[in-house]
Design a protein around this ligand. Structure first.
Ligand code: BG6
Length: 491
């Protein structure tokens, strides 16, 4: 179906929004939480703020949940900070950490908001890195299993939707940016060992969830960026398929089929890479049957032929929000990427492509036939208050409207989609551009400069200001996707 005026969303469709502990909570040294590697990584992103305060959700979660309820949320996707629950290598559970998430979960349930909980969103505890060897060590698998089981035991009576690892593919593909490569000297090789350890952690969590959580469902969270061929040159098509394999498909195949696909096995053989995959790992991975796929989708990419012998260029993200600073990769003999003349771009050179989300849902449904939920999708922008003290983010309204419309079309196409949770509810810390790159439906009245210079968070206003997108989204979701607003215009 190409076009439908008003696509229908299923009854009981869960509308909400999404966040991650290290990007929203702050309170990094409170309640018994110990440092995470991402805290250190976030300090490398000056002049932007680090994750010490973020949106101060740790202290203001009740106010935030009240706003979610006012907006009409049916779901909220957030993550638990591993080092709040298990702060040290002795494995002891931190009661204060458990209490914080119990309070948050209970507050959500009191407001009829279904919690969707990520176990791991980039925040490896420093003790796991220093004392166990981090993602390179098999000891981390046991530590992660203990952590996951602790979460299921403490929260599984009320939390039924669980997510294992956020964007494992992006943690490997952008290992330096996200800090996954800390301590590695030969990333080209070591990334595959780390990836395997992550697969084992994911599998352990899936098995434990089914064993411990009555009625519990669990899935992975791939970051999905559809890759279109640049032209109908067959070589561009193969390049797009290579890019697809090496940035996302090999992960999705592994989650669904419980084994590495032929493409990656051959890739390892050609590049003389030998991850330590043991017979018992193969059994474990096969036994971990996921219930759904959670999808993070913001944009699309264009793949094109990269001739052998051409100069290798790495993918360089746009780090400062000034258009034109992104560098696309050229991997000779594999693939290159390029700008897409058919779409607009954000200030960070991310493609504004609503059709991408429909493509993603169609692709994943066609390949894997599992229910899906959108756990991230959103518009990161430079934003400030207007003279009237409000934030008129029409660009975000346009972005969300066009994207959600395409989700509706994907549902009309026959895809099984159960929930939509854009990134993010309030402004939060971005992975590399502080709070300056704003994603929220709710504005947090602060700046990176203020956060950097703050010595006492209780003195900051951190006022929550509902943006225009909040009001627009509220109407849409309260009508279960019927009231698009007066300016409905579809692509
Ligand atoms: C997703 C991550 O890939 O993208 C989030 O799961 C992240 O953690 C989001 O914040 C947006 O990316 P960025 O770099 O703009 O923060």
């Amino acid at each position: 179906m190409y076009y439908k005026e008003n696509p229908k969303f299923p009854k009981n469709f869960m509308w909400g929004a999404s966040s991650a502990a290290w990007q929203v909570e702050g309170g990094v040294a409170e309640g018994g939480r110990t440092p995470a590697m991402i805290d250190l990584n976030s300090k490398k992103k000056a002049p932007y703020a680090d994750d010490s305060i973020c949106a101060d959700h740790y202290h203001r979660y009740k106010e935030d949940v009240a706003l979610m309820a006012e907006c009409g949320f049916g779901s909220y996707r957030f993550s638990i900070a591993w080092s709040r629950i298990i702060p040290c290598s002795d494995g002891k559970v931190n009661p204060e950490g458990v209490a914080f998430y119990n309070d948050l979960i209970n507050e959500l349930l009191k407001n009829n908001i279904t919690p969707i909980v990520t176990l791991y969103h980039y925040d490896l505890p420093v003790w796991v890195y220093e004392e166990l060897g981090g993602w390179k060590s098999r000891k981390t698998v046991d530590a992660f299993e203990h952590y996951a089981r602790t979460c299921f035991e403490n929260f599984g009576d009320r939390v039924k939707y669980w997510l294992s690892i956020n964007e494992q593919n992006m943690q490997i593909v952008y290992g330096h940016w996200l800090g996954t490569s800390a301590g590695c000297t030969d990333w080209e090789r070591e990334q595959w060992d780390i990836n395997h350890i992550m697969n084992l952690c994911h599998a352990k969590a899936v098995v434990a969830c089914h064993e411990m959580v009555e009625g519990g469902k669990i899935g992975p969270v791939p970051g999905y960026v559809p890759i279109y061929p640049k032209t109908c040159n067959p070589l561009d098509q193969i390049a797009a398929m290579n890019a697809e394999e090496l940035t996302e498909k090999i992960w999705n195949d592994t989650y669904v089929y419980g084994e590495y696909n032929g493409f990656i096995k051959k890739y390892w053989e050609i590049h003389d890479i030998h991850p330590d995959i043991r017979p018992e790992d193969v059994v474990l991975m096969k036994s971990a049957k996921i219930d759904f796929i959670a999808v993070n989708c913001y944009r699309s990419n264009v793949g094109c032929d990269a001739k052998p012998g051409t100069e290798r260029k790495e993918y360089e993200l746009n780090k400062f929000g000034i258009k034109g600073q992104l560098q696309f990769p050229n991997y000779p003999g594999e693939f290159a990427m390029d700008y897409n003349p058919y779409v607009e771009y954000t200030d960070w050179d991310w493609e504004i492509d609503p059709v991408a989300i429909r493509y993603a849902l169609r692709y994943l449904w066609d390949h894997y036939r599992l229910p899906m939920m959108i756990t991230e999708n959103g518009y990161g922008a430079n934003e400030e208050k207007d003279a009237d003290g409000n934030v008129h983010d029409q660009a975000r309204v346009d972005f969300l409207r066009d994207q959600i419309y395409q989700v509706g079309l994907a549902i009309e196409d026959g895809c099984d989609v159960i929930s939509y949770n854009p990134w993010s509810f309030t402004d939060i810390l971005s992975t590399g551009n502080g709070i300056k790159k704003r994603y929220g439906l709710v504005y947090i009245d602060t700046t990176d400069e203020e956060l950097v210079n703050c010595t006492d968070v209780s003195k900051l206003s951190m006022k929550r200001i509902k943006k225009d997108s909040f009001e627009w989204y509220s109407k849409l979701i309260k009508s279960n996707g019927n009231d698009w607003g007066k300016d409905m215009g579809v692509n």
